[in-house]
Write a protein that binds this ligand. Structure first.
Ligand SMILES: *Cc1c(COP(=O)(O)O)cnc(C)c1O
Length: 374
C-alpha cells in the first residue's frame, strides 16, 4: 500500500515523559493506571501501552473487552481494567485473557459469577459507584448490597471500588469535593476491612485535587501531553510539564494564484479581498480534521501560520500563503504540532472548532496513518 501524504507522528518519548511527570505528582504508594481507551486517545493503544510498560506502568484501562484482548494478543503484561464492560457472551475473555472486570449492577455480577463457575476460575472485581457523574455505576446506596453479593459467589472476590469525577477539569469545583466525600463514605460503608483498593481520580483529579488520589489514579489525557482544562491548564504555575505527543502533518498538493473577488471552496463562503496565493492541502474532515475550522483554522507552512480559506472539504482544504514566501508543491504542512518557532496544539484546534483536545486527538489520530518515534 502506498502511504498517505497525511501522517500522524506519535512521539513515544513524550508519552514516557508525561508518565514520569504525572508519577511525580502522585503521592508515594499510589498506583497509576494509564487510560488507553479510544486507541490511546488516537495515539495507538498497543504502541502506547508498550511504551508505558517500559516506563514502569503496570495498570492499564480500556473501555471494551475487545481492546483488552488486543493488548493481551500484543503480549502486554500488567493488569488491564475493562471500564465499560460488555454483553454476556464475551465474559469468558475476562478469564482467558486475565482482564479485570468492572461491575456496576447485579446483572453483570451474576453473569460473571456464572462464567467463573463454568470455567472454574476465581476473579477479582472492581465495583463502580456513581458519585455524581450520572453515568455508569451503581448508586452509592446500592454499593454495600452489591459488595456483599460479591462475597456470596465463592469464585468472585472484591478487588476494588471506583468512581469517576464529572468536574475535576475545573480548577475549583465544589462538585469534586462532594463526589469525593460520597465516595469515601461509600467505600467505608461497603468495605469489610479487607485490603481492597479504591480509585476515583482522572487527570483533573491528580492535577487539580490531590485529595482525590487514594490507592490508585487513572489519568488519560495528561499522558498524551494535554491538560483536562485545555489551553488554560498549560499555563498554570507549578503544573507537571506535559509534552504533546502527537504531530499531524501533510504537504502542499497544488498552489494557485487567484484574482481579487474569487470565491473559494463550497458555497464560496470566502471571497478573496486581494490577489491571493492559495495552497491546496490534501486534508479534510474525512481525516478527522474538523469542518468547523472552515474560514478560521490555521496551519503551519514554512514556519509561518497560514489561514484556512473557505470550507474544509472531505479530503481537501485551502490555505492562504500570500504572505509566505517561496512555498512549493510538496512542502511540509503541519496541521498540529510544531514547525520552526510556531506551534498549533490540539487545544488550539479544539477552541476554534468548539470541542476539546480529547476529541481532536481521537479524530485525527484514529483517521490517519500513524508512525512512531521511539
Ligand atoms: C477516560 C477515563 C479516565 C481518564 O480521564 P482523563 O480526563 O483523560 O484523565 C479515567 N477514568 C475513567 C473511568 C475514564 O473513563
Amino acid at each position: 500500500m502506498p502511504s498517505s501524504r497525511n501522517q500522524v507522528i506519535v512521539d513515544l518519548r513524550a508519552v514516557s515523559h508525561n508518565y514520569n511527570a504525572m508519577e511525580s505528582k502522585v503521592k508515594a504508594g499510589v498506583k497509576l493506571l494509564a487510560m488507553v481507551k479510544g486507541d490511546a486517545y488516537g495515539h495507538g493503544m498497543v504502541e502506547v501501552a508498550r511504551a508505558l510498560y517500559a516506563s514502569g506502568c503496570r495498570y492499564f484501562g480500556v473501555a471494551e473487552i475487545g481492546e483488552g484482548v488486543k493488548l493481551r494478543q500484543a503480549s502486554l503484561r500488567g493488569k488491564i481494567f475493562v471500564m465499560v464492560g460488555t454483553s454476556s457472551d464475551n465474559y469468558s475473555h475476562y478469564f482467558t485473557h486475565g482482564l479485570t472486570p468492572v461491575i456496576y449492577g447485579p446483572e453483570g455480577l451474576e453473569l460473571l459469577a456464572k462464567e467463573a463457575q463454568r470455567i472454574g476460575q476465581k476473579i477479582g472485581v472492581h465495583l463502580k459507584v456513581d458519585t455524581g457523574m450520572c453515568r455508569l455505576g451503581c448508586k452509592p446506596g446500592e454499593a454495600k448490597d452489591l459488595y456483599l453479593k460479591i462475597h456470596e459467589h465463592p469464585q468472585l472476590y472484591p478487588a476494588g471500588i471506583m468512581s469517576h469525577l464529572p468536574c475535576s477539569d475545573e480548577y475549583e469545583s465544589a462538585q469534586t469535593h462532594e463526589s469525593l466525600e460520597i465516595f469515601i463514605q461509600t467505600v467505608k460503608g461497603a468495605q469489610d476491612g479487607h485490603g481492597i483498593i479504591s480509585h476515583i481520580a482522572n487527570s483533573g483529579g491528580v492535577l487539580n485535587f490531590p485529595r482525590t488520589q487514594i490507592d490508585m489514579v487513572r489519568p488519560g489525557i495528561s499522558l498524551y501531553g494535554y491538560y483536562p482544562d485545555g489551553g488554560a491548564g498549560r499555563i498554570r504555575e507549578k503544573r507537571a510539564q506535559l509534552l504533546p505527543a502527537m504531530t499531524y502533518r501533510s504537504e502542499v498538493l497544488q498552489i494557485k494564484n487567484v484574482a481579487i473577488g474569487t470565491g473559494v471552496s463550497y458555497g464560496h463562503t470566502y471571497v478573496t479581498k486581494r490577489q491571493t496565493r492559495l495552497a491546496v492541502i490534501p486534508v479534510g474532515y474525512e481525516d478527522g480534521y474538523p469542518r468547523n475550522l472552515s474560514n478560521c483554522g490555521e496551519v503551519l507552512i514554512g514556519g509561518q501560520r497560514a489561514k484556512i480559506r473557505g470550507r474544509v472539504c472531505m479530503n481537501l482544504c485551502m490555505v492562504d500563503i500570500t504572505d509566505i514566501g517561496n512555498v512549493e508543491v510538496g512542502d511540509e504542512v503541519v496541521l498540529m504540532g510544531t514547525q520552526g518557532s510556531q506551534t498549533i496544539t490540539a487545544d488550539d484546534i479544539a477552541a476554534l472548532s468548539g470541542t476539546i483536545s480529547y476529541e481532536v486527538l481521537c479524530m485525527i489520530g484514529n483517521n490517519n496513518e500513524r508512525s512512531y518515534i521511539q
